[in-house]
Design a protein. Sequence first.
Length: 442
Amino acid sequence: MHIFKFFIFVSILFGQNNERIFKSIQFNQVNDSLKKMLNNELDWKTEYVLHGYSDNPDSSIYKVQKSDRIIDSVLIKTEDIITNKVLQQIISNYKYKSVSHNFSFVGKKLISEYYFLNNIPDHQFGLIDTNKIALIININPKFENNFSGFLGLNKQRNKLSVEGESNIHLENYFKQAESFDLFWRKTDSISQKISFDLFFPHPFGWNTGIVWNYYFEIINGLYTYSETNYAIRTFSSFLHNLQFGYLKGSTTPTLNGEIKQYKKNEVQAFSIISTKDTRNNRLLPTQGAFIENNINFGTQNTSSFIDFGHEVQYYYLIKKNIFLKIQIIAEGIYDFKKKIPLSRYKKFGGTSTLRGFNENQFFNTQFQILTFETGYSVAPSIQTKLFFDIASKDLNIFDNYLIGYGFGLYQVNNNSLVQIEYALSNLTPSQGKIHFKWITRF
């Protein structure tokens, strides 16, 4: 008599008998029956072990037992090419887990950790052989490569004033899931800014990412400010993306700036940034949240200072096509010994902070901005919005406030994004301002 032992994982409902009897002792027949059960029902915590057999009449008895198995292998499927060293870091979140683990929780963690993931990765189980389980993960990264531009038009003293900016944004160019930005802004003939940003989440297969950025700015023809920042980025379940860095900057006044009491200033500081991003779309989100807190502490000339920033965005889907956005931006700087140099004042106003006003129209040691937006998705690629921005230089946002309000139209497809906003302000309610932004995707 041929005696065999067979281990296989198939599904079994709780409450069923803990034995299964097959009316055969032929290996091929029993094997086929078990495979049919495997194909129809999958529960990787159930094990079928040969318990006994009989040849009068022919029957094979398999005992059903529960055993929480550890995954033997993790396989990944993706539509974009990413180097294996980076992929190994991504799937490390799934390794050494049991089949009963909450993989949706792991997926939510990945969304928060990686900027190019907007949806929880699909997963399924499979057999490598009769006794080894593989977890198969389907990752669908959303990399954005684009060129964007912005124009601001407003009329002052019967003259048309034009402001503008442009940005080249590349992702995964070197197949390292990295991102690169080259940014330029012209506010007027005497104010310009240029910046470079580079981020690698897993350089050389490391678990820790690296960040480098540099920017140079000339403000109102009064002074220039340049800054270089070096940082490392890691992930914490509590603080999410956590960045530690060191920055060095300097302020140099022009001749006109010296006349107006601007002085040379050297800055050195350590920086800490925590970021959480669960928005369902980076270009036109309708659900999720974005939370970022940053703090810099160091010296400017011979005095110590602390510099902070806070931004929160919440998106609530009220109905299928209607959503609400609430945003809070707060920034401030404090010196422990001296007055804050004029060149270190915070700037705000314009399309990125307070619509209806000129870019960087206001300066202060601190400011707060509260935004309400209600949007309607005409189609998956088209949105309309009504917005209301309120800002103040005081701690109480409703003291000495500034208000910008208006409406916008936004359209996105595989090749481009167009954004048109018309805004008014409480200071000049009769003079509207048009914010026009476009993004060419490639």
